[in-house]
Design a protein around this ligand. Structure first.
Ligand code: UDX
Length: 439
């Protein structure tokens, strides 16, 4: 099929390359000419394992092309995927829908033949209905220009895998008689043949699946982090607690790792936008627990700062601190709402001299926090440090030998903000090892 993918950020670039991999002819569309030039040259402007190879492969075959022209997109595509971002509004908890609206306003006037526009962005429930009406109003094809909602669930670091082998597909449709279902079944035919579960739903349910999934994941992380707070007070060990809980198949062990909590471009903003939308719908009480989920998450960062201060005898002024990790999670160079950088910046505000190292996120970190110190390796960051903070669990940090590192630091003190290092090994090497939620 001939598909367009509008918005070539993290979601769109991945979706475009994966749709080409499924055998479609794909045209990626973006308003940013620099991004389009990079993608057309086979370069991905961010770090995502496996994506650059896939993109380059399909640019080379000619099955994947890029443009800045909506007119060209409308002429080319039988189906259009809208993959633009829905960031948090400045100073407000709600989602900023200007990019989602702009796609309709820019594309619709060129739609002269029957088409399906498929929304993939995470939007407040009720948005799809409004967009469907606007699409039919602005498109010369009228009701022939149909909208469908097909939320994405991809995780950074596993984006290609999650797109080609998703846990499920959800199609949100306007109602009976819609052509969109048949069209989407054709787009995703290889996945449906591979028996990926499909849920066909109405617009509001499809929109809610995504927000509910992220709210659940955030709640699960904050649940175990709340247990970590209790463990710290009671002298218990949250890692043994979560391992024991994980054997209960009703609970499961995924997203049950206690630490400095969640960050990134999705979970924090999505739970806030969800609460704001529930308020507009008059059911704010249904989601007040998410405010607690958010607070527990932010308190973990406070606790990390407090622990660092304790390890510096109560004052951070002039103390040298190494921060391992800047990305919001491993296998990503994304620093949006990163707990690691948030903690690093706060320590610096309290007078510490902070040196950061991350395997992939250094350029992004430097741009956003030019005042922090940066080192070319984990060992260099740790040189002369009085405390080392492990805040993003990259495998290379687990591979560091505490015996070899010891002579490089001013004082052998490590605080594991991800409960991912081998405590016994660090202690055996003479280090003071502390972690969130462990005695
Ligand atoms: C998330 C959802 O998982 C994905 O389905 C959705 O489409 C987009 O949002 P992502 O933001 O890429 O994906 O990251 P995810 O893997 O969910 O991790 C989110 C944050 O939670 C990270 O900061 C991670 O470090 C943290 N986390 C995760 C924990 O603190 N503990 C855990 O046990 C798991």
């Amino acid at each position: 099929m001939q598909l367009t993918v509008i918005g070539t950020g993290y979601l769109g670039a991945t979706h475009a390359a994966c749709m080409a991999e499924l055998g479609h002819e794909v045209l990626g569309v973006d308003v940013d000419p620099d991004k389009i030039a990079a993608l057309q040259a086979g370069r991905v402007p961010f770090y995502e394992p496996g994506l650059e190879e896939l993109l380059a492969k399909h640019v080379a075959t000619g099955r994947l092309r890029f443009t800045t022209s909506y007119q060209e997109a409308a002429a080319f595509g039988e189906v259009h995927f809208s993959c633009v971002g829905t960031p948090q509004k400045k100073g407000e908890p709600g989602a900023d829908l200007r990019y989602v609206d702009a796609v309709i306003d820019s594309l619709a006037p060129h739609l002269t033949r029957p088409t399906v526009l498929v929304g993939k962005s995470t939007v407040p429930v009720g948005t799809a209905q409004r967009l469907a009406e606007r699409l039919a109003e602005l498109a010369p094809a009228g009701a022939g220009a149909e909208l469908a909602w097909n939320p994405e669930f991809l995780r950074e670091g596993f984006a290609v895998e999650d797109t080609l082998r998703p846990d499920r597909l959800v199609f949100g449709l306007a109602g009976s008689g819609s052509r969109a279902e048949a069209v989407l079944r054709q787009v995703y035919a290889p996945l449906l043949e591979a028996e990926v579960p499909l849920v066909v739903a109405d617009f509001p349910t499809a929109e809610l699946v995504k927000t509910a999934a992220n709210a659940f994941l955030a709640t699960k992380i904050s649940f175990i982090n709340a247990m970590a707070e209790v463990c710290e007070a009671a002298g218990a060990d949250v890692t043994l607690l979560s391992t024991s809980l994980s054997y209960d198949t009703r609970i499961g062990g995924r997203f049950l790792n206690a630490g400095v909590g969640f960050g990134g471009g999705c979970l924090p903003k999505d739970i806030r936008a969800f609460m704001a939308r529930a308020g507009e719908l008059g059911v704010d009480q249904a989601l007040t627990f998410l405010r607690e989920v958010d607070s527990i998450n932010m308190r973990r960062r406070d606790r990390m700062v407090e622990l660092a201060r304790e390890h510096c005898e109560g004052s951070l002024l002039g103390r040298r601190i190494a921060v391992w990790g800047a990305a919001f999670k491993p296998d990503s160079d994304d620093i949006r709402d990163s707990p690691a950088l948030n903690v690093a910046a706060r320590l610096q505000l309290l007078g510490a001299e902070v040196t950061v190292y991350d395997p992939k996120a250094m350029d992004n970190a430097r741009k956003m926090y030019p005042g922090l110190g940066y080192a070319a390796s984990a060992v260099e960051a740790a040189r002369g440090a009085e405390v080392v903070l492990h805040l993003t669990e990259w495998p290379e940090f687990r591979a560091i030998d505490p015996v070899e590192l010891r002579p490089d630091v001013a004082r052998p003190q490590i605080i594991d903000g991800r409960n991912a290092l081998d405590r016994e090994r660090w202690r055996a090497a003479g280090w003071t090892y502390r972690a969130l939620g462990r005695p």
